[in-house]
Write a protein that binds this ligand. Structure first.
Ligand SMILES: [Fe+2]
Length: 127
């Protein structure tokens, strides 16, 4: 089982010392707080806020997944060079149909050198 890096498990001192390393590996779920039942809505997953991740042949973001609790909803894969071998904030838009119950979304991302990273949860109310 791989180690999963989560923002909530990292102590404040470590966050400050390693803020560029942590930031460039942390996926973020960006979407509406409330959606209509059955409606199609966009969920963006973006890597990092202030620091871009490398896109080298042996070090790049290879996978981004979107989860609703324990259910995998969608996944995308990248090859090295997808961002012209320049540091970038990898991002993807998923379009999801809102189920009948509220959701708790999270994203997972894989760096080929630094492992598996989990976003903070994003609660989405279905109305
Ligand atoms: Fe990395």
């Amino acid at each position: 089982m791989p180690r999963v890096f989560k923002a909530t498990n990292i102590e404040e001192e470590e966050k400050e010392v390693k803020k560029d390393y942590l930031d460039r590996h942390m996926p973020h779920v960006i979407c509406e707080d409330k959606v209509k039942k059955g409606g199609l809505f966009k969920v963006k997953v973006r890597m990092g806020e202030n620091y871009a991740h490398p896109d080298d042949h042996d070090h790049y973001i290879s996978t981004i997944q979107l989860w609703n609790r324990e259910t995998l909803l969608a996944e995308t894969r990248y090859s090295s060079g997808a961002y012209s071998n320049k540091p970038a904030h990898a991002e993807v838009d998923f379009f999801i149909n809102a189920p009948g119950v509220s959701m708790n979304l999270s994203a997972m991302a894989v760096c080929t050198k630094h492992g598996l990273w989990q976003s903070e949860d994003k609660a989405v109310k279905v109305i």
